[in-house]
Ligand binder design. Structure first.
Ligand SMILES: [Zn+2]
Ligand SMILES: [Zn+2]
Length: 180
């Protein structure tokens, strides 16, 4: 087994929202891409992504990765990138929405468990939003959905739990899953 690389990945526009990810050196940017998508609730089956050696667009891109697993960046091995502890990368998911992430290589270490990588070992402390419908009834329920249609109509953020979002009021409403 190769060494394990521990990366901290944070959203560029919500820096307090991060995930600590371990990946083996002999795994690829494709593997890294998949776990970042899962960690940040990005669509696994849609949109291109790419890692960069530094600031996105300015630094050299490591090659696009497409959702089906191909693309010039997909097969590059983590331990062939020449990274040292403290090095920074950036990652963009979806060249349309342009969701940017900061990545820092925190540690290179010996593996603890065979076959357990890549994996998320820690994440930022969630700051929950609560369902406003439940809240009116005196219940604290963690919101899963941000109803975009209601938010735009009412000019504020409308957060809802799963049950309340299922209400027919929101039947045709587009919503985004809240990321914690
Ligand atoms: Zn509710
Ligand atoms: Zn709604």
């Amino acid at each position: 087994m190769g060494q394990v690389y521990q990366f901290k990945v944070a959203l560029k526009h919500r820096k307090k929202l991060w995930r600590l990810i371990e990946i083996e050196g002999n795994q690829t940017l494709r593997d890294f891409d998949r776990i970042i998508r899962r960690a940040f609730q990005h669509d696994l089956d849609d949109h291109l992504s790419e890692f960069y050696r530094g600031p996105i667009w300015k630094a050299g891109g490591l090659g696009e990765i497409n959702p089906t697993g191909g693309g010039p960046g997909a097969k590059k091995r983590i331990d062939h990138l020449g990274l040292a502890e403290g090095d920074k990368l950036e990652y963009v998911y979806d060249f349309g929405d342009d969701i940017q992430h900061f990545i820092t290589l925190e540690k290179i270490k010996e593996p603890a468990e065979a076959g357990a990588y890549p994996r998320i070992i820690a994440q930022s402390k969630p700051r929950y939003h609560y369902c406003e419908v439940c809240d009116r009834e005196g219940k604290k329920t963690i919101a899963i959905w941000l109803c975009i249609a209601c938010s735009e109509e009412e000019g504020r953020f409308v957060y809802l739990c799963e049950d309340c979002f299922m209400d027919e009021k929101h039947e045709d409403h587009y919503a985004e899953e809240v990321l914690y």
